[in-house]
Design a protein around this ligand. Structure first.
Ligand code: ADP
Ligand code: MG
Length: 737
């Protein structure tokens, strides 16, 4: 049956060769009860491991049923073990978290038997070892002798021709040891039993052969009882483990150790929570960035605002406005739409208000405080409700008269008053990204008086003088003749022969609507002595280095007819239709929101890229962290899986069982998270921030997260199984024990 010819086993360890046993010659038959003895370290276990196919040998030849095994691969030895060998170990090698029944059943499940086929056989064998009373008891609760009986039952149930027992009684008291040997003897009929023991007396009466080893060699080999004929060995029947059994074991393993289940549950919960939270936060900032588009030119970015020009570039007429107003979706028109985007500064005793000036006709709704205007100097203001002036005393602004200050170009002002207005009514509004300015609703008269200021506040003025663009301010003055300019006498020093009179001064104005220029010539220069006479103004020093031009000339730069207006629609949904209607009226019409600088969009793209990168990095980092944690958690399972391996589980089996275990655990953990999110969403659990965060996740992302989780758990099981199988079963086992 089993024959060893000059077989040697060496261990290579860090370059040092150690001998396990040397040149062993042995022939064993079915029916023998072989007892091996010898001092500790003499090579008994090594010999049994080689015979069991748990370990390789380096020299000689081992024959099984006449077949050579020296060329066997790991896979061949797997088959060999399944067919011929059942092991019994000193330390039992049982699955402590399984019951007696489950332990015996395990070996059959691993070898492809179906659950219902084996029940009777298992119960029968449990009865034979006298454990029927304990069949549903967890192995961890049994005594040493009982445990070893389970191990024997497990070895028997496989029905292999060879049983290999390495010091099966080593951990037992002499009474239990005696019982175990007796059971073994009973089992030994028609089998080859090889047993290592120190206690010769206990086995003497059963032994058919006693082998003594010393220092890796067989020094004595006594056949006590001759076994005549070699009986044809009965090979155990096995097939590959069924998928169903893998599921059965995988799911059993998920729950059988509670702390392990909870730890894995926590790790998977952590992975999915971290990834979903990170992803949702990005989605949130991405979404919020969308509204952050802005425009340098347009301050009022209301969604219902359409900018219109005439296709023929002419200015608007009342006839045009009448036609536009007839369109059903048109709410109101702001004729000089520059007013919406420019502003005026109102001032009084250290109080100042900035905002857009608009016609009282376009005021909507009711005032919250005060009343509507009754004369041309009265205005209604629409104030941000977070305004400083409304915080303490709501009435503070009411019935106060303000001076509208003179603009000196692009949002700068001096302290000169252009005209007075009185606030008689206030309406509050909550500012948003598209509408955040205060608005002053005034009469046509005020609008006319301030048109120049509004335009000036929105325009740049350039002065070309003596061949250079100069920084001097330009002032309107009634005393200056049309087409002329009066300048400071000091300027003459820049000119040859001081001849400054009749030299040209060009004034250029530009804003988003138009460019214009004034070509003037210098008619006079002023000094301290003639200043008041020439300009009609007092205080020479305050006004030095200014250029005075004719008031009408000056106003012509700013007092333009309306080339661009804005239409506000009632219903934003139908804005495209209104735009089409406006186009058919011979107008160019564009939503103001089309002019938003796409910074928001760009920002969104950047966030998107960062989101993808961060998510991928996070997944990778979490994978490694969780692999390390799960490896530590599963380390306690090394023995379990090695035992499976010794009982006949292949790499694929182990991986699949582990796969199923991690899959079940991660799925339960994910379902838990989903249930939690559902409760937050439906407000059963009131967590405002989390509810907001999860509102940025869609089904697609939940599914994707699940897939990621499954992939992670699969990769972990592959990595873990590989690590487990890197070493021979016996080495992995020895490392652990
Ligand atoms: P026994 O079972 O008779 O006590 P072993 O078979 O365990 O003896 O050991 C035989 C020899 O092989 C000893 O010298 C031991 O140190 C050595 N040996 C056993 N296992 C290993 C191993 N994994 N690596 C290196 N040497 C080993
Ligand atoms: Mg030993």
């Amino acid at each position: 049956m089993l024959k060893l010819e000059n077989v040697s086993k060496f261990y290579y360890n860090k370059g040092i060769i150690a001998s396990g046993f040397t040149k062993v010659n042995l022939e064993l038959k079915i029916g023998e009860f072989v007892v091996i003895t010898g001092e500790s370290g003499s090579g008994k276990s090594t010999l049994l491991n080689v015979i069991s196919g748990l370990d390789s040998y380096e020299e000689g030849e081992m024959y099984i049923n006449g077949k050579e095994t020296s060329h066997y691969t790991e896979k061949d030895f797997e088959d060999y073990r399944r067919k011929y060998i059942a092991n019994i170990f000193q330390s039992f090698n049982l699955i402590n978290s399984y019951t007696v029944y489950q332990n015996v059943e395990l070996v059959l499940l691993l070898n492809g038997y179906k659950k219902h086929e084996v029940k009777k056989k298992i119960l029968d064998i449990i009865d034979q070892v006298g454990l029927t009373k304990f069949k549903n008891t967890k192995v961890s609760k049994l005594s040493g002798g009982q445990k070893q009986r389970v191990a024997i039952a497990r070895a028997m149930v496989k029905e292999t021709p060879i049983i290999v027992a390495d010091e099966p009684t080593g951990n037992l008291d002499s009474k239990s040891a005696g019982e175990i040997i007796e059971i073994l003897k009973r089992v030994a009929k028609d089998k080859l039993v090889i047993i290592v023991t120190h206690n010769i007396e206990q086995v003497e009466e059963y032994a058919t052969r006693i082998i003594k080893m010393n220092d890796g060699r067989i020094i004595e080999n006594t056949e006590i009882k001759k076994i005549e004929e070699e009986k044809e060995p009965q090979k155990s029947i096995y097939s590959n483990m069924s998928l169903f059994n893998k599921y059965r074991l995988g799911i059993r393993n998920t729950f059988n150790i509670k702390t392990k289940f909870l730890l894995l549950f926590a790790v998977f919960l952590f992975i999915s929570t971290a990834i979903l939270a990170e992803y949702a936060s990005f989605q949130m900032s991405e979404e919020e960035s969308v509204d952050e588009g802005y425009s340098i030119t347009f301050s009022d970015l209301s969604e219902n605002r359409i900018l219109i020009n005439k296709k023929n570039k002419k200015s608007f007429t009342n006839e045009d406005y009448k036609k536009i107003k007839e369109l059903s979706n048109v709410d109101y028109i702001v004729e000089d739409d520059i007013f919406l985007d420019s502003g005026i500064m109102m001032y009084r005793n250290d109080m100042n208000l900035y905002g857009s000036l608009l016609s009282i006709d376009t005021f909507k709704g009711e005032v919250d405080l005060g009343r509507m205007p009754q004369n041309e100097d009265e205005i209604v203001v629409k104030m941000r409700d977070d305004s400083f002036y409304l915080a303490n005393n709501k009435n503070e602004l009411l019935n106060k008269t303000f001076s509208v200050l003179k603009s000196t170009g692009l949002n700068s002002y001096n302290n000169e008053e252009v005209r007075k207005v009185t606030i008689v009514g206030i309406q509050y509004f909550t500012p948003s990204n598209s509408d955040n300015r205060n608005k002053f609703y005034a009469s046509k008269e005020v609008l006319n008086d301030l048109r120049v200021e509004v335009n000036k506040n929105y325009s740049t003025l350039k002065l070309l003088f003596n061949g250079k663009y100069q920084q001097y301010t330009v002032e309107p003055n009634d005393n200056v003749k049309k087409g002329k300019a009066i300048v400071d006498d000091d300027f003459k020093y820049d000119f040859k022969y001081y001849s400054i009179l009749n030299k040209p001064v060009d004034v250029y104005v530009s804003n988003i609507y138009y460019n214009d220029e004034l070509n003037l010539t210098i008619s006079n220069t002023y000094t301290k002595y003639n200043f008041t006479r020439l300009t009609g103004l007092e205080k020479y020093d305050n006004n030095r280095y200014k250029i005075f031009v004719n008031t009408e000339d000056y106003n012509s730069l700013y007092n333009k007819p309306s080339y661009q207006s804005s239409v506000f629609v009632k219903d934003v949904e139908n804005i495209e239709e209104t735009i089409n209607q406006l186009e058919t009226l011979g107008l160019t019409a564009k939503k103001v929101t089309d002019f938003k600088v796409n910074q928001g969009e760009m920002y969104k793209q950047i966030i998107k890229i960062i989101k993808v990168v961060v998510t991928i990095v996070l997944i990778i980092v979490l994978f490694f962290i969780s692999y390390l944690i799960i490896r530590i958690i599963l380390k306690s399972r090394n023995i379990y899986y090695t035992t499976l391996r010794m009982l006949g589980a292949t790499y694929k089996n182990v991986r699949r069982i582990l796969d199923i275990e991690l899959f079940t655990n991660s799925t339960i953990s994910y379902l838990f998270l989903i249930a939690f999110i559902y409760l937050v969403k439906t407000n059963v659990i009131a967590l405002e921030y989390i509810a907001k965060l999860v509102s940025f996740l869609s089904i697609k992302e939940y599914v994707l997260m699940y897939v990621i989780l499954i992939v992670i758990s699969r990769l972990i099981s592959i990595k873990f199984a590989r690590k487990l199988f890197k070493n021979t079963a016996i080495n992995t086992y020895n490392e652990e024990v």
